[in-house]
Design a protein around this ligand. Structure first.
Ligand SMILES: Cc1cc2nc3c(=O)[nH]c(=O)nc-3n(C[C@H](O)[C@H](O)[C@H](O)COP(=O)(O)O)c2cc1C
Ligand code: SF4
Length: 391
């Protein structure tokens, strides 16, 4: 069976044909009714995002597909692009009609350069089939897509840094507001959506909002694609319904008996075995789809060291809480490893993590302390034994 059963059963272009028969407000209403929330991690409602961009008055608008996929442990967008590029481009074209854009851009992770020829071939085929370009499917709809290569910076997955990079500047996040739906690429209204969000949108237009809502939970509708790695028998890319428990997921991937699961990548939460009954959904444990399984043999300090090393490297350095905070957390983990961190200092580091979550400018610094804070909270006993108790 394909790892992506739902995407595999979609009839070619049925979603786009349905969108052509609908008005712009009706497309957006279908998206709103479906309850689809963005698959890039933040879970912003897609219909609402499209509505904001549709309402913005401008001569030019853009649909941007975020294929930067830099979160550690995430590789599902690569598989979606490899196996279902047509569905992603169909979703972009539907979004183009919905918001009134004529241009789409795929921001493709630099490490995925090898995918580009295949994606360009799909775009060429679509132009020949009158699914892109002028007079799409014999209508007056005009929309085309180009590919822009990223250059390997994790921060360029953050939508405003991505837009800066597209404009030829350093990939550094912008202040928000204004949001990209009003002032995005070249100052024009722009919808930025994850690869999976766009493919899901095409499915929703084809099968309807009720079909999508029939899976998942009331607040987190539909299916979700997961990238599963780490200490399990069957790592890979999986489709599961939203609302699956961590325990159910572990059973499917051969990870029963795990010590912990990191949900949402390095910037996500570390869930201990005592909480495996919790559900993966925006109302409980949110995720962009990265699942990293840790077996009993794993030292949680090694895990944290790895993640924080990554954030120190990837922080763009624009704001102090993130630029210095990640360094201090990394140093703290090193002190803990050496048995030189007191309980009092560990508490100070937790307070620093709380401050970073509030005071950092963008999602990187706001979420980079999450793993540290959740490991300290959930593996207290293990860490207490590593602190220097005489200070
Ligand atoms: C540091 C950082 C990296 C991100 N990387 C990605 C990414 O690789 N892909 C992605 O879709 N969203 C990423 N995001 C989220 C985007 O900023 C944005 O919310 C998302 O592309 C919106 O799409 P969605 O509404 O379809 O989820 C990242 C956010 C941050 C803060
Ligand atoms: S939080 Fe980090 S990545 Fe984001 S703007 Fe500040 S320094 Fe840059």
């Amino acid at each position: 069976m394909s790892p992506l059963p739902t995407f595999s059963t979609m009839a070619p272009e049925a979603g786009l044909k349905q969108a052509m028969s609908l008005s712009r407000p009706d497309i957006i209403e279908t998206m709103k009714q479906s309850g689809l929330k963005g698959r890039g991690g933040a879970g912003f409602p897609t219909g609402m995002k499209w509505n904001f961009a549709a309402a913005a008055q401008a001569a030019e608008k853009f649909v941007i597909c975020n294929a930067d996929e830099g979160e550690p442990g995430t590789f599902k967008d690569r598989v979606i692009l490899q196996e279902h590029a047509d569905l992603v481009f169909e979703g972009m074209t539907i979004a183009g009609k919905a918001i009134g854009a004529r241009s789409g851009i795929v921001f493709l992770r630099g490490e995925y350069t090898y995918l580009r020829p295949q994606l360009e071939a799909v775009l060429d085929k679509r132009r020949k089939q009158k699914l892109l370009g002028k007079d799409i499917l014999g209508s007056d709809l005009e929309f085309d897509i180009r590919i822009f290569m990223g250059a390997g910076a994790y921060i360029c997955g953050e939508e405003t840094a991505l837009i800066e990079a597209l404009e030829g500047f350093r990939g550094e996040p912008r202040n928000r507001p204004p949001f990209p739906v009003n002032t995005g690429f070249l100052g024009r209204p722009s919808v930025v959506n994850n690869v999976e969000t766009l493919a899901s949108a095409a499915c929703i237009l084809q099968k309807g909002a009720d079909w999508w809502k029939a899976t998942g939970t009331a607040n987190s509708t539909g299916i979700k694609i997961f990238s599963v790695s780490g200490d399990c028998e069957k790592p890979g890319v999986y489709e599961f319904p939203m609302g699956i428990t961590v325990a159910q997921l572990l059973k499917e991937v051969g990870g029963v008996g795990a010590k912990a699961v990191q949900v949402g990548g390095a910037s996500g939460l570390c869930i201990p075995a005592s909480q495996f009954k919790r559900i993966i959904a925006f109302e409980d444990i949110p995720t962009g789809g990265s699942i990293i399984v840790f077996g009993q043999q794993r030292d949680m300090l090694d895990v944290l060291h790895n993640f924080l090393d990554f954030f120190v490297d990837e922080s763009c350095g624009q704001c102090t809480p993130c630029r210095l905070g990640n360094r201090k957390l990394l140093e703290g983990v090193e002190l803990l490893r050496e048995g030189k961190c007191s309980m009092a200092y560990l508490q100070e580091l937790c307070a620093l993590g709380d401050t970073m979550q509030i005071a950092s400018k963008c999602g990187l610094g706001q979420s980079s302390p999450s793993a540290f804070l959740s490991v300290v909270k959930n593996f207290r006993e293990e860490l207490m034994g590593r602190t220097y108790s005489h200070v």
